[in-house]
Design a protein around this ligand. Structure first.
Ligand SMILES: *[C@@H]1O[C@H](CO)[C@@H](O)[C@H](O)[C@H]1NC(C)=O
Ligand SMILES: *[C@@H]1O[C@H](CO)[C@@H](O)[C@H](O)[C@H]1NC(C)=O
Length: 201
């Protein structure tokens, strides 16, 4: 009876030790990799230049992103691409609207071309992002970094075209803020790609 009792208390003790070490593991794990996707997105976004925009634009992708540095970079590129596409479509429409001065039409058309380049660069980046493999990782992530940086340059050129005095106030307001948003989304995506690259390499 006495030996059965001590055996049981020993078993109980073992379970207790195992349980408390489980708790330690999970709380240590939380500090390294955030437990939920939303925490992960918040933490990852905090190292970007526009953390609020980053967090808000990626929140709806949380179930896709999980807690993966690769998937968050991929999702940020996806969100940037879809915003660039809808803005480009809007500008094509605006460029045809009545009452624009020739200089405005010109700036609009230049911008549409720059946005098309941006879209192309983001598409290439997204496709490469889905094919990252061990041996070619360094080269591929380098391509992505180059393309996303080029996209950012194109967007800034476009935004600058709308900054000058050749622009009508209403056109300026409608278009410029959208371009600036795309540039901020791109900057954030680049930061997430860079941090994935350094995390991986
Ligand atoms: C990004 O977009 C592609 C194509 O629409 C999709 O297949 C992929 O799942 C998306 N990835 C993330 C992480 O959102
Ligand atoms: C600005 O553009 C609108 C139409 O887009 C036009 O009605 C307006 O006259 C223009 N204003 C100036 C100052 O050119």
């Amino acid at each position: 009876m006495a030996s059965a009792f001590s055996y049981n208390s020993f078993g109980f003790l073992l379970i207790l030790v195992a349980f408390s070490s489980l708790i330690n593991i999970s709380s240590a794990g939380r500090q390294i990799a955030p437990k939920t996707s939303i925490e992960f997105i918040r933490t990852s976004c905090s190292s970007t230049t526009y953390p609020k925009l980053c967090y808000e634009s990626l929140l709806t992708q949380a179930s896709m992103i999980q807690t993966s540095p690769q998937l968050i970079a991929h999702a940020a590129l996806n969100v940037t691409l879809s915003t660039a596409k809808s803005t480009s479509a809007l500008m094509v429409k605006l460029a045809k609207s009545q009452g624009l001065k020739p200089t405005e039409v010109g700036a609009m058309q230049d911008c549409v071309e720059e946005l098309e380049d941006t879209i192309d660069e983001l598409r290439k980046s997204i496709s490469e992002m889905g094919q990252l493999k061990g041996s070619n990782f360094g080269l591929m992530i380098n391509d992505i970094q180059t393309w996303v940086s080029a996209a950012l340059t194109d967007e800034n050129t476009c935004a600058d075209g709308f900054g000058g005095k050749n622009m009508n106030g209403s056109v300026k307001t409608a278009v410029r803020s959208k371009i600036v948003t795309i540039a901020h989304l791109t900057s954030n995506a680049l930061a997430l790609v860079n941090s994935y690259a350094s995390f991986h390499g």
